[in-house]
Structures are given as structure tokens and as C-alpha cells.
Design a protein around this ligand. Structure first.
Ligand SMILES: Nc1ncnc2c1ncn2[C@@H]1O[C@H](COP(=O)(O)OP(=O)(O)O)[C@@H](O)[C@H]1O
Ligand SMILES: [Mg+2]
Length: 303
């Protein structure tokens, strides 16, 4: 069940709701238009402490628009956006960060040639000594980064190695540990596994679970239902800017989720069209529910 999602009498419900049950972040019928283009409409979503909310959808579905609203890059033009039960309207990402909402973007903001520990503290370096001889506290930063990474179960051989030498999965993991260390309560991950292989994706999923176990509310954006189902507590599927499905784990199976993502009806229609093209044996094409990578199959494999 989605708690408190209906919206109209929200204020009354909130007053009686115990604080620990109150969502960290909530969207109620939220939407966003870019001029004449309505990118998002009627979206309701809650993020709870210690839970992973997955947002799925094909390209152009509105996933990035949704997280841009929550992370303070864009403002909603319809509905409500609440943090800790209070309506907000962020004008900069800094304001979201001040509320403990941290976003790890796909193109990570790291400096590849700088050591791992230096990237961990990038922009928030530890210093020592009085002005004007204030200098970087390298030892303390190395020690803290090492401790924090270990706390998350991330073991790296050498924190002095340039972060660019780490695998994609390891770099995502460092970014997650960094957000946790700097006090994130809500962690937004924009397609962290999209460019990764199976093993590296597993690494990232493990740290998503670690962040959840530390009590963070996680928003995991992906178009891979298999990845989502491995760690998700709630699943929201976007299609053309509206929410096509919003279901708790107990209410939806992996098969159903996969079908929603694959667009079962669209695939059936496509198969019918392909039947008229010579050289394509439609009997050989997989059924919608058999597809392992629905997005690749629906948007690239058929063009
Ligand atoms: N800055 C923008 N200006 C105009 N249209 C935009 C802008 N950003 C996104 N859109 C449109 O909004 C829709 C949703 O895009 P987006 O949120 O990026 O989807 P996703 O991340 O799921 O691929 C798309 O049709 C896209 O073209
Ligand atoms: Mg996107």
C-alpha cells in the first residue's frame, strides 16, 4: 500500500501520522511542463527511510524530469512536492542538498586523474592549521575516506590510485559512500547500472542495499526491471510522462514488471507488422515475457 498518497486531505493525515512513518519525500499529482511540452503529469510518489523506490520507464518517459524536480534543478509546475511533510519548491540543488537530498548522476562529477580519497572530499576538503598557513589535512582525509568506504563494505587496494582507474561500478560505489558520509537522507541514483556489465551492476546493487540498510531513502532510476526487482520495495513505471504503474513489491511480480516495461501490447503489434516483412520469421521472435532486456529489444533491436 502506498501510504498517504491521495493528497486531497494530506494536511490532516500528516498531523496524525507518527513521524517515523512520514515520507522523507513525497510528490502528489506533480507535473512539469517545459513551455508547451508536458514532460510529466499527475505523478505521485513517496520515499521512505530504509526503502528503495524504483522509477522505471523507457527513454523519454520523464524519469530525469522527475528527479530534477526532487534534486532542485527544475521546479514542478503542477501538484505538490513535500519534504518531511512540508511543501517545498527548491530553486537550486544546494537547497535540496541542505535537506539531505543527494543525487548521483550517471556522468559522475569526478576528476579522473585525482586520487580516490581526493575525489571523496572534492569541494569539501578537510583542512588544518590556522590562517594563513591553513593547508589540506591529507592524512585525515585519507583515513576518513578509508573508514567510510570500509563501513559500506567497499574494499579498494589503494586510495592513492587515480579514481579513473577504478571500474564503473567501483566509482558509483565511491559516490554512494560519499553521499552517505556527507549526511544524505535521500539518495537519488540516475541509471547507475545503465552502462555497466552484469558483475559491475551487481556491485552497485549491493551498495544500494547498503545505503538502504543505513536508513536512507533511495530513489533508483533504471530501465532494467531485473535490477529494480533485486533491491526495490516499491515500483513506479512512467510512460510518456504519466505513471502507468505504482505498486509495492508484494503487489507485483518480476514477470509483470518486465511486461509493463516491455510494453506487451506494443510488442505484439510490432510482431504483426514484422510478419509482413519478408525474411523475418516471427515464430523465432521471443514472446514479450521472455525478453531479458526489454528496452534494448523495443527501442534499438527493431529500428
Ligand atoms: N529541458 C527540456 N526542454 C524541453 N523538453 C524537455 C526538456 N527535458 C526533457 N524534455 C522532454 O520531456 C520528456 C521527458 O524527458 P526525460 O525526463 O529526460 O525522460 P527520461 O529521463 O525518462 O528519458 C521528453 O519528451 C523530453 O523531450
Ligand atoms: Mg533520463
Amino acid at each position: 500500500m502506498t501510504t498517504n498518497g491521495t493528497g486531497t486531505h494530506g494536511a490532516i493525515i500528516e498531523d496524525t501520522m507518527p513521524e517515523e512513518d512520514r515520507p522523507l519525500v513525497e510528490l502528489r499529482n506533480a507535473g512539469k511542463s517545459y513551455g508547451n511540452i508536458r514532460a510529466l503529469h499527475g505523478v505521485s510518489l513517496t520515499v521512505q527511510s530504509g526503502k528503495v523506490t524504483c522509477v522505471l520507464g523507457d527513454n523519454g518517459a520523464g524519469k530525469s524530469t522527475l528527479i530534477k524536480i526532487i534534486s532542485g534543478l527544475h521546479q514542478h509546475t503542477e501538484g505538490e512536492f513535500l519534504v518531511d511533510g512540508t511543501p517545498v519548491r527548491f530553486t537550486t540543488p544546494r537547497e535540496a542538498l541542505d535537506k539531505g537530498i543527494a543525487t548521483v548522476y550517471q556522468d559522475l562529477a569526478t576528476v579522473p586523474l585525482m586520487p580516490v580519497w581526493r575525489n571523496f572530499f572534492l569541494g569539501s576538503e578537510m583542512t588544518k592549521g590556522p590562517w594563513p598557513v591553513r593547508r589540506l589535512d591529507i592524512e585525515k582525509m585519507k583515513k576518513t575516506a578509508d573508514e567510510e568506504l570500509r563501513n559500506m563494505g567497499i574494499v579498494l587496494d589503494d586510495l592513492d590510485q587515480p579514481i579513473g582507474t577504478l571500474s564503473g561500478g567501483q566509482r558509483q560505489s565511491v559516490a554512494i559512500a560519499r553521499a552517505v558520509y556527507f549526511g544524505a537522507r535521500v539518495l537519488i541514483l540516475d541509471e547507475p547500472t545503465a552502462a555497466l556489465g552484469v558483475k559491475q551492476s551487481g556491485v552497485v546493487l549491493k551498495y544500494i542495499a547498503a545505503a538502504r540498510d543505513r536508513g536512507l531513502g533511495v530513489i533508483f532510476i533504471t530501465h532494467n526491471p531485473h535490477h529494480a526487482y533485486m533491491v526495490g520495495d516499491h515500483f513506479s513505471v512512467l510512460r510518456l510522462g504519466t505513471m502507468e504503474l505504482s505498486a509495492d513489491r508484494s503487489e507485483v511480480s518480476l514477470e509483470e514488471l518486465t511486461n509493463h516495461m516491455a510494453g506487451g501490447a506494443e510488442l505484439a503489434a510490432l510482431k504483426h507488422e514484422l510478419a509482413q516483412v519478408r525474411g523475418v520469421d516471427v515464430e523465432e521472435l521471443p514472446e514479450a515475457e521472455d525478453l531479458q532486456a526489454p528496452v534494448a529489444a523495443s527501442s534499438e533491436g527493431t529500428s
